[in-house]
Write a protein that binds this ligand. Structure first.
Ligand SMILES: [Zn+2]
Length: 335
């Protein structure tokens, strides 16, 4: 990729200045110049701790962009270290309202990337080099795809010691512990023995300000944990750790009538939805297979056999919550 494209050098940024600039990304088809915003705030001579926030690695997951905007517009005054925000990583997908890159690759399966691979692999390498040059801690903002709503949650690998310690203190009610070998940004950063947290919240191509609030609080609580801000706000650290997730799928096609409370603890055999024929006749009730929390939900009513309906986080005996009712009050995402 050309020399003129963005190559982050923090020496070029004044201490104490909020800078949002458009930098050059690899061009579109070699024809059209492409630029994307990057925000940098360097608070001290010492670059560390350097927190990097990325969003729109999937181009249509724009709630992360809204979270980035809120952080940038809020001009958070960190007292030490550096904050870097890249609001639209996959600018190519974003311009087309698409999750993927123009070569139909999932950018989040291409990390850490290669200089001589496919476009996806080269682009992943370009992003990865820039953000890992200085970054110590990473927050990658995602949502469900279009038609799929995720309640606010983080996904991380709690076998990384620094991540485990940090997660105890951050503000987010649901933590999904998983270590994947999937070419994601999170995996590539974990391989460098650094912390990466994936935030999931909201639905593709939509902005939901409740989700935005959760995302902003998550980032602020991480900055506070690293001693970079002193927040007057008390962040709620209560959380549930989930070790296993599973999609409940439709046994048959039909119209989905949702009966579930998102984010609520649901007991085994409780009905979370119904599938009905076009006449209204009941096809079947969708029941929980175990106690669990609804992490994600299909927003589509027209269901084919096998469609993913509810993403369930299963609770084990280590469930730390108080009474279900309290948890429900705190974590109610009914729209
Ligand atoms: Zn995503």
């Amino acid at each position: 990729m050309k020399d003129s494209i963005f190559n982050l050098d923090l020496e070029n940024y004044e201490i104490g200045e909020h800078v949002t600039e458009f930098v050059e990304f690899p061009s579109f088809y070699g024809l059209q110049k492409v630029s994307a915003p990057v925000y940098i705030y360097r608070a001290s001579e010492e670059i560390s701790p350097c927190v990097v926030v990325t969003s729109c690695v999937h181009g249509d997951e724009i709630n992360g962009l809204r979270i980035s905007q809120s952080l940038i517009r809020g001009k958070i005054k960190i007292t030490k270290g550096t904050l870097i925000i890249i609001p639209v990583v996959n600018i190519y997908g974003f311009l087309n309202k698409q999750r993927y890159l123009p070569d139909r690759k999932d950018l989040n399966r291409c990390f850490p990337g290669l200089t001589k691979g496919s476009f996806g692999s080269r682009f992943a390498h370009f992003i990865f080099q820039n953000i890992t040059k200085y970054g110590d801690v990473f927050i990658d903002l995602h949502s469900g795809g279009p038609g799929r709503f995720n309640v606010p949650q983080i996904r991380c690998d709690l076998s990384v010691k620094a991540t485990k310690a940090m997660v105890k203190k951050v503000s987010i009610p649901l933590v999904i512990n998983s270590s994947l070998r999937d070419g994601s940004l999170r995996q590539a950063i974990n391989d460098l023995n650094k912390s990466c947290i994936v935030f999931e919240g909201g639905e593709g191509l939509r902005i939901d300000e409740t989700i935005t609030k959760y995302g902003v609080n998550l980032v602020k609580s991480i900055l506070e944990y690293h001693g970079m801000i002193k927040s007057k706000k008390h962040f709620n650290n209560d959380k549930v750790i989930i070790q296993k997730t599973k999609w409940l799928r439709a046994k048959e096609g039909g119209l989905l009538i949702n009966k579930a409370h998102q984010g609520k603890v649901v007991k085994k055999d409780e009905v979370v939805g119904e599938l009905r024929e076009i006449t209204g006749k009941l096809i079947n009730k969708i029941k929980m297979e175990n106690d669990g929390v609804i992490l994600g939900i299909s927003r589509s009513a027209l269901i084919m056999s096998g469609d993913a309906l509810y993403n369930i986080g299963y609770l084990d005996e280590k469930f730390q919550g108080d009474e279900d009712d309290e948890f429900f009050d705190y974590f109610d995402f009914e729209m």
